[in-house]
Design a protein around this ligand. Structure first.
Ligand SMILES: Nc1ncnc2c1ncn2[C@@H]1O[C@H](COP(=O)(O)OP(=O)(O)OP(=O)(O)O)[C@@H](O)[C@H]1O
Length: 468
C-alpha cells in the first residue's frame, strides 16, 4: 500500500478502526475485571466459611479445653466464694480454662491464648491433634507469641494447595531488602531478608513456578531506582525471546545462551564489584553497603542466571571448539563464585536458577555459599540434595520430591541461613502481562550501575547516599 493509499484508508475507515479498537480494549478490560471479581468472591466465601469455624471454636471451647486436659483446678477460694459459701462447708474449687481470642481469615482461624499455670506451650502442643480434629482443620500449629501468650493457627483450607495471585502495584517498596516469598503451610507470610544475601538458588522441574517466583521479585523491586537488574538466560538467544522479553527495558544488561556473551556479562559484573569494593569505604564510611542501604547512586544489583546449567556445565571433548566452551564454562563458574562469595557487602545479589538439579547445573561450591535456597518439585532425592544440600535428607516431610503433583505447582521448599530446617512456601502467580506493565512503567529507571559508579567518584563521594 502506498503512502497515499494509507492516507485514504485512514481518512475513510479511521473512525471505524478507532471504534473497533475501543470495543476490543473494553472486552479485554471486562474479561480481566471478571477474573478479579471471581477471585474476590471466592476469597469472601472462604472468609465466611472461616467465620463459621470461628463460631464453632468459641462455642465449644470450655468443654473441649477440659476434655483435652487444657484446664487447671484452682482450690484456693476467691474472697467472693468464701463469703458466699455456707459456714462449715468447703468452698467449691474453680476449673479454669485459658481465655481465647479468635480472628478468622481466608484460610482458617488464628486463636490467641492466654496460658495458665501448668497449661502452656507444651500442653497445647500435646493437645494439638485433638483440637485439630474437633475444629475440623487440616493442620494446627502452636507457637509462643510472647511470655504467657500462645498463638494457635487452625488451618481449615490447606494454603499449599490453594493457588494465590500477586498483582504488582507498580509502587516502589518501602524496603528493597525485603522479599515477600509467599505463604507457608499455616498461611503465615514468609519473608526473606535480602540485606547481606549475596546469592539465592532456585531449582525445580520445568513448569513448577521458577519464572513466576523470579518475576515477582523483579516486579516488586523494579519501581525502585535503588535496584538494577541483569539477566543471563540460557534458554534463549536474545533479550526479545523467552521469559524475560517483557522485562527487557528494565534490564541494564542481558545475555542469552552464548557462553562468550554470558562470560562478558559476568566479567563486567565482577569488575563492577571490584570497583565498588575499592570505593565502598570512602563512599559509605564503612565497607558494607548494607549499613547505609542501596540508593539510586549505588543500587542493589540483581543478576538472574536462568537455566544456569547452560553457562556452567562441563564440556568434554578434545576438539578446539569443545575446549573453548569448556574453558568459558570453567571461567563462568569462577566468576559467579566470586560474585556470590564477595558480593555481599557491595550490594550484588546473584539468583541462580535451573531446572536441572545436579552438581554441574549449580556447582556445589556456589550452592553452599548461597544463604537462601529454594526448590520446587524434584524427581529424586538426589536432585533434592543437589538443590537444597545434604540437610534435606533429615527432613523427609519437607522433601521437594513430594511436590510432584499438579496441585503443588507454585510450591517450593525453602532453606535460609540461621533458620533450622526447611519451610514449604506457596508462592503467588504473577501474570506475565502484569510483569510487562511494571517493566514498561519503570523502564525510565534503568541505569548501568558502572556508569552510576563513575558518577559518584570525585566530589560527590563526600555527600551521603540518597534514600531509595
Ligand atoms: N505460583 C504459581 N501458582 C500457580 N500456578 C503457577 C505458579 N507459578 C507458575 N504457575 C503455572 O505454571 C506455569 C509454568 O510456570 P513457570 O513458567 O513459572 O515455570 P518454570 O518452573 O519457570 O518453568 P521452566 O523451567 O520451563 O521455565 C505457568 O504458566 C502457570 O500456569
Amino acid at each position: 500500500m502506498s503512502v497515499l493509499e494509507v492516507g485514504e484508508f485512514v481518512s475513510r475507515d479511521g473512525p471505524r478502526v478507532v471504534v473497533a479498537v475501543g470495543v476490543l480494549a473494553a472486552v479485554l478490560l471486562l474479561a480481566r475485571a471478571s477474573v478479579w471479581l471471581v477471585r474476590y468472591a471466592r476469597a469472601a466465601g472462604e472468609v465466611r466459611a472461616s467465620m463459621r469455624q470461628e463460631i464453632r471454636i468459641n462455642r465449644g471451647w470450655r468443654r473441649l479445653a477440659r476434655l483435652s486436659g487444657l484446664s487447671v483446678t484452682d482450690r484456693t477460694p476467691t474472697l467472693m466464694t468464701s463469703l458466699s459459701t455456707e459456714q462449715g462447708r468447703e468452698p467449691k474449687p474453680r476449673v479454669l480454662v485459658p481465655k481465647i481470642h479468635t480472628v478468622p481469615d481466608e484460610f482458617g482461624v488464628q486463636v490467641t491464648v492466654k496460658a495458665l499455670p501448668k497449661v502452656g506451650l507444651e500442653e497445647f502442643q500435646r493437645a494439638a491433634p485433638y483440637l485439630a480434629d474437633a475444629w475440623g482443620c487440616t493442620r494446627l500449629s502452636v507457637r509462643q507469641q510472647s511470655p504467657g501468650v500462645l498463638v494457635l493457627r487452625a488451618v481449615r483450607r490447606d494454603p499449599l494447595i490453594s493457588p494465590t495471585f500477586h498483582s504488582p502495584t507498580g509502587q516502589a517498596p518501602q524496603e528493597v531488602s525485603i522479599w515477600d516469598v509467599g505463604l507457608d503451610e499455616y498461611a503465615e507470610a514468609i519473608r526473606c531478608e535480602l540485606a547481606n544475601v549475596p546469592g539465592i538458588t532456585v531449582a525445580g522441574l520445568p513448569g513448577y513456578g521458577k519464572t513466576s517466583l523470579i518475576n515477582r521479585l523483579i516486579c516488586d523491586l523494579a519501581p525502585s531506582g535503588a535496584v538494577q537488574f541483569a539477566v543471563a538466560d540460557g534458554k534463549v538467544n536474545g533479550a526479545h525471546e523467552g521469559d524475560y522479553a517483557d522485562m527487557q527495558d528494565r534490564l541494564f544488561a542481558f545475555a542469552g545462551d552464548d557462553l562468550e556473551t554470558a562470560n562478558t556479562l559476568f566479567k563486567r559484573l565482577v569488575a563492577l564489584m571490584r570497583s565498588r569494593s575499592a570505593l565502598a569505604r570512602e563512599y559509605f564510611g564503612t565497607t558494607n553497603m548494607w549499613h547505609k542501604g542501596p540508593s539510586p547512586d549505588w543500587p542493589l544489583v540483581v543478576l538472574v542466571i536462568d537455566e544456569a546449567h547452560t553457562f556452567f556445565r562441563d564440556h568434554k571433548g578434545s576438539d578446539r571448539e569443545t575446549k573453548r566452551l569448556a574453558a568459558l564454562a570453567a571461567e563462568n563458574t569462577r566468576l559467579v563464585e566470586a560474585l556470590v562469595k564477595i558480593g555481599r557487602s557491595f550490594g550484588m545479589l546473584t539468583i541462580v536458577a535451573t531446572q536441572k538439579a545436579t552438581g554441574d547445573a549449580i556447582p556445589t561450591f556456589i550452592r553452599d555459599v548461597c544463604p537462601v535456597g529454594l526448590s520446587f518439585a524434584q524427581k529424586t532425592a538426589d536432585a533434592a540434595v543437589a538443590a537444597l544440600g545434604d540437610d534435606i535428607r533429615e527432613y523427609p516431610d519437607a522433601s521437594p520430591v513430594a511436590l510432584q503433583d499438579p496441585r503443588y505447582v507454585g510450591v517450593a521448599v525453602m532453606s535460609q541461613y540461621g533458620r533450622e530446617g526447611f519451610v514449604r512456601v506457596r508462592t503467588p502467580y504473577v501474570e506475565p502481562e502484569d510483569a510487562a506493565r511494571v517493566a514498561a512503567s519503570t523502564a525510565h529507571l534503568t541505569r548501568d550501575p558502572a556508569d552510576l559508579l563513575s558518577a559518584v567518584r570525585g566530589p560527590s563521594l563526600l555527600k551521603p547516599p540518597r534514600a531509595a
